[in-house]
Ligand binder design. Structure first.
Ligand code: FES
Length: 239
């Protein structure tokens, strides 16, 4: 978990200010032979800095850092995400000794949960060790933390322990920059000064187009029609 110095501060209609010497990496999403997204691989580590400013509007010419362009384009960075805790937002799916909690609105659409029939099908088959293991892998790599898989026997979630760190994700399959992956329980403070629920895995918008700011909602690659379809599927407009 993050220490007292490590935090991300959102500036109104501007960037994220990152403090506490948090490591900054670049990773690419890799795919398997079947075309499913599978892993994130390191491609670069940025020079360490105690404090740095990450672009949130998507228009900087010095990415991933902010260069002030947000002022020239009148970036509207209004934070629209609900403040309900994760567990209150999440739908629950049961399968054998596994429980899946799924808070759809956090989805960054990295698609790691679709392999081998998808995580909801896999947990139904969790008596099969391969299906169980694949479900655990898919939940643990879900960058946004939309998906959390729980062991019903212990009541504990399957979570990787991350050193607090920030990853600029590149979505190779979609040919675009992905979200900012925030790992290891780093607090994110809103422009108004309140702190969002601290979670182990979170994805923040960096293209400026999310409708669920500060979180990523897949707008970096999804069309308006695809987003409408997804929101309808999960009833997000009624919540
Ligand atoms: S937020 Fe400053 S240039 Fe994008």
């Amino acid at each position: 978990m993050a220490n007292d110095q490590e935090k991300i501060k959102i500036i109104k209609n501007g960037p994220y200010i990152v403090s506490g010497s948090i490591p900054l990496l670049e990773q690419v999403i890799t795919t398997d032979e079947a075309g499913h997204t599978r892993e994130l691989q390191d491609v670069h580590e940025y020079p360490p800095k105690e404090r740095y400013t990450l672009c949130r509007c998507g228009a900087s010419k010095n990415k991933p850092y902010c260069d002030g362009t947000h002022n020239k384009i009148n970036f509207d960075g209004s934070e629209t995400a609900s403040r309900k805790p994760y567990i209150e937002k999440a739908e629950i799916f049961e399968g054998g000794d596994l429980r899946l909690t799924d808070a759809h609105e956090f989805c960054d659409h990295s698609r790691f949960c679709l392999r081998s029939g998808g995580i909801r099908e896999l947990i139904k088959k969790s008596a099969d060790p391969n299906a169980r293991q694949t479900a655990i892998e898919e939940a643990m790599i879900c960058p946004s933390g939309r998906l959390v898989l729980w062991d019903k026997k212990t009541g504990e979630p399957f979570e990787k322990e991350f050193e607090p760190s920030i990853v600029m994700v590149h979505d190779t399959q979609k040919g675009c920059e992905g979200p900012i992956w925030v790992r290891g329980g780093i607090p994110v403070e809103s422009a108004e000064g309140s702190v969002y629920e601290v979670r182990n895995r979170q994805t923040l918008c960096r293209c400026g187009k999310s409708e669920n700011k500060p979180y990523c909602d897949g707008s970096h690659w999804m069309s308006a029609e695809q987003k409408i379809k997804f929101r309808r599927k999960w009833g997000l407009d009624e919540k």
